[in-house]
Write a protein that binds this ligand. Structure first.
Ligand code: HEM
Length: 421
């Protein structure tokens, strides 16, 4: 990227930030979700949007919905998609060049039917329940090793030493990434995950471009190796589709990249947010220690109460209305998944974390409609294994320092979480 382009991108980002901050200071809820200090604790902002019980329009040009019913409706409504009505990507410039503001191709997440339907059908078998059982044994073995190391040290960082290495190792196995590439692979996952909130600076855009380039090279290499030596992994399964002409190599590479981004930090945040809620709500950690089979309930309650993915967005494909509020074709709506989890009309006493809760309504932490999380069962299994084994092996676990949150709008979880066994 030339210096002139860097300067242009830098000033565009700065202008967007300043404009957003000015709106946030004037109380615009959508702008507040993107800016400090409000995004540190977004739940009061979610409550403002939800209490209107309708689509709210923001001066940012983006609307938002926050009740369970409206979020569910938008996610399932076929009049909404993730691209513009004419099929272009939302931030793409008019040329065919990839946008610097959205430089990472996230495969399924950025596609509408029929491309989305075709690729999702090809990817789905890799997540069938039968395969999941094999990954459970692996997740248990990995968690056991990580907890042995952590227990030997006494004090450790829950994110660095358990919540991050567990899912990254599982995805590396899923894609059959060679052991030697594991550290690089984790660094790419972190870098690409940071693209979800948009590009922060020209340096960030460069980092993402470099990471995409390197990850692509690894996946292309992986494809040629699996062609001659197929295994049970996802790439081996997709090579068949590639050879049959049902997908292109670019589509395969983007899909592999998506699995890396979608399956890593999300699951890290699930474990981090769960342990935090369990530790800070009186009696909850003790309840799990007394009966570690409650771990699945703790996972579900975390997904409702403080989900790893806080929001997503949809774009109207025609002039339409939601709950009587008109929306123009190509206008964007934020779907505040985390706000829906605290909707009192769907979840009684919603601000209370209770691992024994008997849900009256499902949560939307894995989204809904055609983009429903493909890895939901895998994530639930990893979360359950981590929480159950933590409670069994380290019953005296407690916070041992200040938890540092990540600074992000979409992905929410601790960055550092010092604990002692
Ligand atoms: C607790 C952990 C996780 C959470 C909270 C989560 C959440 C989500 C959400 C909210 C979406 C849909 C976004 C939208 O509607 O725009 C999604 C999609 C997706 N997730 Fe997950 N996810 C998790 C773990 C995983 C894992 C472990 C994998 C796989 C390794 C995975 C793979 C995917 C894929 C492939 C999609 C795209 C589906 C599509 O567009 O059709 N996720 N996830």
């Amino acid at each position: 990227m030339a210096l002139r382009e860097d300067l242009a991108l830098g000033s565009r980002i700065a202008a967007m930030r300043l404009g957003g901050l000015a709106l946030a200071l004037r109380g615009d809820p959508v702008a507040r979700l993107m800016h400090k200090p409000w995004r540190h604790d977004p739940y009061p902002t979610y409550a403002v949007v939800r209490e209107s019980r309708r689509v709210i329009r923001s001066r940012t040009g983006i609307s938002a919905v926050a009740t369970h019913a409206l979020c569910d409706q938008v996610l399932r409504d076929r009049r909404f998609g993730v691209r513009l009505a004419d099929g272009r990507a939302p931030f793409a410039p008019d040329s065919d060049e990839p946008s610097l503001l959205e430089p990472v191709d996230l495969s399924l997440l950025g596609l509408d039917p029929p491309d989305h339907t075709r690729l999702r059908r090809l990817a789905a078998p890799a997540f069938a329940p039968r395969r999941l059982e094999r990954y459970r044994a692996e997740a248990e073995a990995i968690t056991g090793r990580l907890l042995d190391d952590a227990a030997a040290r006494g004090r450790f960082d829950l994110v660095r030493d358990l919540a991050a290495p567990l899912p990254i190792t599982v995805i590396a196995r899923l894609l059959a990434i060679p052991e030697v590439d594991a550290d690089r692979f984790a660094a790419w996952g972190r870098a690409l995950g940071s693209s979800l909130d948009g590009v922060r600076s020209p340096a960030h855009a460069h980092e993402l471009a470099r990471t995409t380039h390197e990850a692509r090279a690894l996946f292309v290499d992986l494809v040629s190796r699996r062609r001659v030596d197929p295994g049970e992994d996802v790439v081996s399964q997709l090579v068949g589709a590639l050879d049959a002409g049902s997908m292109t190599i670019d589509e395969l590479v983007s899909l592999a990249q998506l699995l890396l981004v979608a399956g890593f930090e999300t699951t890290t945040n699930l474990v981090g947010n769960a342990v935090r809620a369990l530790q800070t709500t009186p009696g909850q950690w003790e309840a799990l220690v007394a009966d570690p089979t409650l771990a699945p309930g703790a996972v579900e309650e975390t997904l409702r109460y403080d989900p790893p993915v806080q929001l997503t967005a949809r774009i109207a494909h025609e002039d339409t209305e939601i709950g009587g509020v008109p929306l123009r074709r190509d206008s964007a709506v934020l779907v505040l998944l985390a706000a829906a989890g605290r909707d009192p009309e769907a979840h009684p006493d919603p601000d209370r974390f209770d691992l024994n809760r008997v849900p009256t309504t499902g949560h939307l932490a894995f989204s809904g409609g055609v983009h429903f999380c493909l890895g939901a069962a895998l994530a639930r299994m990893e979360g359950e294994v981590a929480l159950r084994m933590l409670a069994e092996r380290l019953p005296g676990l407690h916070a041992a320092g200040r938890t540092v949150p990540k600074t992000a709008t979409i992905l929410r979880g601790p960055r550092r979480f010092p604990v002692a066994a």
